[in-house]
Every structure is written in C-alpha cells, then in structure tokens.
Design a protein around this ligand. Structure first.
Ligand SMILES: *Cc1c(COP(=O)(O)O)cnc(C)c1O
Length: 427
C-alpha cells in the first residue's frame, strides 16, 4: 500500500493512465479539482490515503448496498479463495447464483453470467437481434447502458430513424441502427415505432434512470412501454444494472409489476467484484450458444470469487429485507436537503426512491434528459466541494445518482443531513 498523498499519486497516475483514471467520471472534470485516492473503505466510510474519513454516497457507483467491506461478503470471498481463483470449467457457485437470480427477479427464467454491466447490455442486445432477426434498437436520451458501440449513441437530426455517435470511434453506420428517443414520452415512442415498421428488435431502458441523476417514470409509462413493444414484436429489455436488488429485491420490475423480456444486471450482484448478468424468457435465452445461434462467451464468466461475493450480498438482502429501512434513510436525506434549500430560497428537485436520490438545482421538475440539463451544474460543483470539505463524498458530477447503504443507518445519516444543510447554507 502506497503511503503517498493523493496529490503525488495523481501526478504519477497522470503520466501513465489517460487522465489519471480508469473510468472518466472519477477525474472530477465536471466539478473541478483533483480526485482523492482511497486506501480503505468500511461501512459508510471511505478512508483516503491522506487519512481523511468521508461519508460515501457513491458506494462504488452502486454495488455497496451493504456498505463497504461487509464481514459476510469478505468471509465468503476468503472461503472461495481457499479453493482457487478460476477453474475454466463450470463451478457450483454459478448454479447457486443462477438459482438466486431466478428466485429474486420475477421475469428471469434463465440467466447467463458475464463480467460487467457493459457486457450484459451488449449481449442482451445481440440476443434480441438474433431472436427477432431485426437490426434496429430503441434507447432513450440520458439512459446509460455501458460503453459498447451500439449504445454510445445520442439523439440525431433524424431522431425518429437513427441517432448520432456519442463518442469518437463509433461508426456512423452503427448509429443508423440505434434510434434515440426522449424518456417518459409516449408520443415519441409511438412515432419511433411508426417510422421503423417491423425493424425494431428491442427497446432498452433504465426503468428508473440513474445515470443522468435519478429520474422516475411517469405513472403508467412503463406499462405503456410493455404494451407497445409487445404490439410491435420487439423485445423489452430492462437495464437493471443499477436498480436491480436496490429498488427492490427483484428490481424495478418487481416494484412496478412489469415483466420485461430480458433484464441486465451488474453492480450489486458482484458484491464489489466485477460481474454482470443478463437473463429473461427461457425461449429467448435458449437462442444463446451453445443451444442457439447467438454467440456470447467469457474466459472469467461465472468466476468463483465474484460468484461467492455476489451470493453473499444477495443472501444478506434476503435475510435483512432492508428496503423499507433504506427508503426511510433516503427520505430523511431528501427532507434535509429540501428544507435547507427552502430556507435559503434555492429551487431544488430531489427525486428519491429507496436508496437512490439526486439533487438538481432547478425549479423545473426533472422527468427526462432535457429537464435534467436545467439543473445548475456550476452550483452543484460548489455544493459538491462544500460537502467534500465537510466530510461527505457525493458523485463528482451533477448528473449522477447518489446511493445509500444499510451501513449509513444511524450516525452517518444524521451527520450527512447536517453537512448537506451546512453546505447549502454556505452556497
Ligand atoms: C453501470 C451501468 C452499466 C455499465 O456497467 P459496467 O459494469 O460499468 O460496465 C450499464 N447500465 C447501467 C444502468 C449502469 O448503471
């Protein structure tokens, strides 16, 4: 373990790693300043290499629903480690994991493990295309589904028929296969299907958005989506990489009682190790190799350490059923932020459900990407640093969700409420 300061580590990292980070948002570009380095994490707390303790609302970007370094998960990894790190053959953990997923997530009949959320969405889309024998997909502005080519597409001029690459290196020809529509907009969906008759393989959505801040669907929107996809013979893919096991044990689909055809999972399911999964209707899943013509594979897929960590995380959720407790914590934070903003005469929207929330400094109710952008990002950057100085770490961007863990219950939540209020007063 290096004892260097964050500043000297970042200087070294900048020489060797593009931007000094292995995932761009960690670089603090949208809030300014330099990132801190963490040497340890436990419960609700991060310990920086500079020996600062921070109450953490990033929770490793979602996975740490039980807090950091939970003793049960740690023990499960240690026990698995005794037997080896990877076998390259089927292992018993994979079967237990599949049984848990099928038990928890209502619409999943069969599941395939992979190594990240990006792999899960990429593979689910290939499967949807292979199953329907159609090429085009619909996604929504502001929904993030990992960084594969078909999904790094933004709304284009011909929005109803195709999008534009949202990254250099994504071919325009790929963008022609992805239609990007506004979230929460039924008329746009209807028009999108009408403009691409018989061509849409699937619609992929974050059923509750968590990657442009936290946004919830209007009442009835998800059931409308279920109806219109079924009507047009397109598969409905819920990307529950973030919301799975977090909004409810069975994800948004359990809470809203909607059955997508396919579901993508990640984050919590790995218990802090790298994992993804996708699953759904057995008749669709059986199109995957080796049973069917859709190829998908992974050297480390179903890795025993990752499975052991994930199984422990899911079993803890089953034992504790922490969702009502987490929601109470979320409401407490939301009320503290709204009260402080009100006292200061500052307009704010704080969408929250269970252990997810975000803070938009805007008078406009946030219901899609365009309204999320009305949030004052400069003010958020000042708020972010005011919190960080006082000992609370929020995601370093105005357009990310915050996550609460069961380890936040008690002192950490009380202290965070005070720090949010002080930071808002100081703006
Ligand atoms: C994080 C995330 C992904 C990508 O997962 P990675 O493990 O980072 O590849 C995909 N979809 C959603 C909704 C996510 O939140």
């Amino acid at each position: 373990m290096s004892l260097s300061s964050s500043d000297s580590l970042f200087a070294r990292a900048l020489q060797l790693i593009p931007g000094g980070v292995n995932s761009p948002v960690r670089a603090f570009r949208s809030v300014g300043g330099a990132p801190f380095f963490v040497k340890a994490a436990r419960g609700a707390t991060l310990v920086t290499v500079d020996d600062r303790e921070l109450i953490d609302f990033v929770c490793t970007w979602g996975p740490a629903i039980h807090g950091h370094n939970h003793p049960h998960i740690k023990a499960a990894i240690a026990a698995a480690l005794e037997n080896g790190t990877s076998f390259g053959t089927p292992n018993p953990y994979e079967v237990e994991m599949a049984e848990l997923i099928v038990k928890f997530v209502p619409s999943i009949q069969k599941v395939r493990m992979c190594n990240s959320g990006t792999e899960a969405t990429m593979s689910a889309i290939r499967l949807a295309r292979g199953f329907t024998q159609r090429d085009k997909i619909i996604k929504f502005s502001g929904c993030y589904h990992g960084h594969s080519d078909s999904l790094l597409i933004k709304a284009g001029s011909g929005a109803l028929t195709h999008g534009n690459p949202d990254s250099a290196g994504v071919p325009a020809s790929f963008a022609r296969e992805t239609v990007v529509l506004p979230y929460n907009d039924r008329a746009a969906l209807e028009a999108g299907f009408a403009a691409n008759p018989g061509e849409i393989a699937c619609v992929i959505i974050e059923p509750f958005c968590g990657n442009v801040g936290f946004i919830m669907p209007d009442a009835g929107y998800l059931s409308y989506l279920r109806e219109i996809t079924a009507k047009h013979g397109a598969l409905l893919i819920f990307d529950e990489v973030m919301t799975g096991f977090r909004i409810a044990k069975g994800g948004v689909q359990e809470r809203e009682t909607i059955a997508p055809d396919l579901t993508c999972l990640g984050k919590i399911i790995g218990g802090g190790l790298p994992v993804g999964a996708f699953g759904g209707r057995a008749d669709v899943m059986d199109h995957l190799a080796p049973l069917g013509p859709v190829y998908q594979a992974g050297t480390l897929s179903g890795n025993p350490l990752a499975m052991a960590a994930g199984i422990a995380a899911l079993r803890l959720l089953e034992e504790q059923n922490p969702y009502a407790r987490l929601d109470a914590l979320g409401q407490k934070l939301r009320n503290a932020v709204l009260a402080a903003c009100h006292a200061k005469g500052l307009a704010a929207q704080v969408p929250q459900c269970g252990s997810m929330f975000s803070i938009f400094f805007t008078a406009t109710p946030v219901r899609d990407y365009a309204t999320a952008l009305t949030g004052d990002a400069k003010l958020f950057a000042r708020f972010f640093h005011a919190c960080l100085t006082r000992g609370v770490y929020l995601a370093p961007s105005a357009y990310e969700a915050a996550f609460i863990s069961t380890a936040h219950e008690g002192a950490a939540i009380d202290r965070a409420c005070e720090i949010f209020a002080e930071s808002i007063r100081a703006l």
